[in-house]
Design a protein around this ligand. Structure first.
Ligand code: BES
Ligand code: MN
Ligand code: MN
Length: 510
């Protein structure tokens, strides 16, 4: 960064510093109130312009820059968008450079590249490794978006009266990842970066982070750190901050039932020929019993039951069944009766069909028995279930229940290990204090239902604990049409992150 001119003047009894500077291609110009104390002899002892001051003076630009990133359709699941995914990686790298990172590299993997950045300030200070992802989910179905998925706009909603940014990736995870880039810039500009910082921003999270373990293995020294900080989860509500202390794992399979060797006339053959769609439906339905327990033998063997105390502590997090039902327009909840709805969504495993197809799906009616039918099935896992073991149990079971008239194939898509993050770790305590400072309320520890495959890899490969300090809301519609992220949440994140680093440095120093 080239520093420009600084002039000082007193206005309203406060020393103001007018500072003109350029950061890469930006020219910013701002009046920043310095907490200066005029000394008797007319000298000024300029205290720091805080990261918070810098944020306040640059909010519009911080939004505009996020919009530029949101305009890139970095859909990792669809090879048609390969060029955009790579362009997005380069854009993230450029933003990190402009923010003040002193080493930035777009690093190759066998899949999409990892953007690495660092700004090391002092070897005696601890190092925080920030992880995020620049890839996004496909925006389908497109016609359900109020405004186009890759043309970000701000609109007000009931839960976001200050406005929310509507775009694919606004919350998951470009908006949340970018808070760390803007927090870095704010810290660099205010001259107060309390820790060494490293950034690992990947482009394959939404497709299972298949190449990230290899990347971590190959770059152990480069990535040496004291803790991992991730903003890719949520809080309970904007007035109820929370920190995610666990994530579910995942086993994802695609199944196919193959029947007759060709599509058949349903009148001529119907009655004796096996119908793969009917059979697939029966097989899928049999995967849960009347108590909604998953019937795959051995599925629950390694599930850790929480103690009564742990369940009581969980029940303290506010949850309204009525609001939950109203928010997604349902008449009632489903699932295991012995557990509360929040428990069923976090500490209990699940099995859900994510898509099912086969046969004639065009206009009008066609009398046909299809020769095959398929479904995509996700199983969310909890400690200590192992995704590979569960996938094998599922495969064995599904193959065993298929009637002789047909064949089944089970294809393994991806997996993730369940994760729990400790609350007695300096990283958790730093996040809790940082959030308490900026929200004015102590955050509640909270087990999340989603998955972030890489969290357990950080522990296994780099020996690092992860802090999940996210700022989204469940209602932000991630993975759905009209995904959005509160403007309040975006700025609250940028404000909170420097506090995390300051607290973490304090704890580290003892
Ligand atoms: N950021 C989400 C996970 C998440 C969101 C966790 C909100 C907790 C609260 C992440 O991008 C995601 O969608 N993960 C996938 C993982 C999969 C594609 C391997 C998921 O959970 O489905
Ligand atoms: Mn995410
Ligand atoms: Mn996601």
């Amino acid at each position: 960064m080239k520093r420009g001119t600084r002039t000082f003047e007193f206005r309203g009894g406060v020393l103001h510093c007018r500072r003109t500077f350029s950061v890469g291609c930006y020219r910013a110009h701002s009046f920043l109130a310095f907490r200066g104390i005029a000394r008797r002899r007319g000298e000024c002892d300029i205290a720091v312009m805080t990261a918070q001051d810098f944020l306040s003076a640059n909010k519009d630009r911080f939004l505009e820059e996020l919009f530029d990133l949101l305009r890139i359709p970095s859909i990792s699941a669809d090879p048609a968008f390969k060029g955009d995914v790579i362009r997005c990686a380069e854009s993230v790298a450029e933003h990190l450079r402009k923010a003040g990172a002193d080493r930035v590299e777009v690093m190759k993997t066998p899949g999409y590249p990892v953007v690495y950045g660092e700004r090391m300030v002092d070897p005696s200070l601890p190092t925080v490794l920030v992880y995020g992802h620049y890839d996004v989910q496909p925006p389908d179905p497109l016609d359900l978006w109020t405004s186009p998925a890759f043309e970000p706009v701000v609109r007000k909603t009931e839960l976001h009266p200050e406005g929310a940014i509507f775009a694919r990736g606004a919350c998951d995870d470009k908006g949340q990842m970018f808070m760390h880039v803007k927090a870095l810039e704010s810290m660099v500009q205010s001259g107060e970066q309390p820790v060494n910082l490293k950034f690992v921003i990947e482009g394959e999270e939404e497709v299972g982070s298949d190449h990230l373990d290899g990347f971590l293995e190959q770059n152990k020294d480069l990535l040496a750190a004291d803790v991992v900080l991730v903003s890719d989860t949520g809080i309970i509500a904007n007035d109820t901050p929370s920190i995610t202390t666990g994530l579910r794992g995942l086993s994802y399979v695609e199944v196919k039932v193959v029947g007759p060797n060709r599509d058949l006339h349903s009148g001529l053959y119907g009655g004796a020929a096996p119908n793969p769609i009917n059979i697939l439906c029966e097989l899928v339905a049999s995967l849960k019993d009347e108590k909604q327990r998953i019937t795959v033998p051995g599925f629950y063997d390694k599930v850790i039951e929480l103690s009564a105390e742990e369940r009581e502590a969980m029940a303290e997090a506010p949850f309204s069944e009525e609001e939950y039902k109203a928010s997604i327009g349902i008449g009632g909840t489903e699932g295991e009766g012995d557990y509360s709805a929040p428990e069923r969504m976090s500490i209990r495993p699940t099995l859900d069909v994510n898509g099912i197809w086969g046969g004639y799906m065009g206009e009008g009616a066609k009398t046909v028995i299809a020769s095959e039918a398929s479904a995509k099935i996700s199983m969310r896992l909890v400690p200590d279930q192992d995704p590979d073991e569960i996938t094998q149990l599922f495969k064995d079971h599904f193959e065993s229940i298929c009637p002789k008239s047909c064949k089944v194939e089970v294809m393994v898509m991806h997996g993730a290990h369940p994760a729990v993050t400790p609350i007695d770790h300096p990283g958790y305590r730093a996040a809790a204090l940082a959030m308490e400072t900026t929200f004015g309320r102590k955050p509640v520890p909270f087990r999340g239902g989603g998955s972030i495959p890489i969290v357990t890899s950080f522990e296994r490969i780099l020996g690092l604990k992860t802090v999940l300090m996210g700022f989204g809301l469940d209602s932000d519609a991630i993975h759905s049409p009209d995904e959005h992220y509160g403007v309040f949440n975006y700025f609250k994140g940028i404000e909170t992150i420097p506090h995390f680093h300051a607290r973490f440095a304090e704890f580290h120093a003892g």
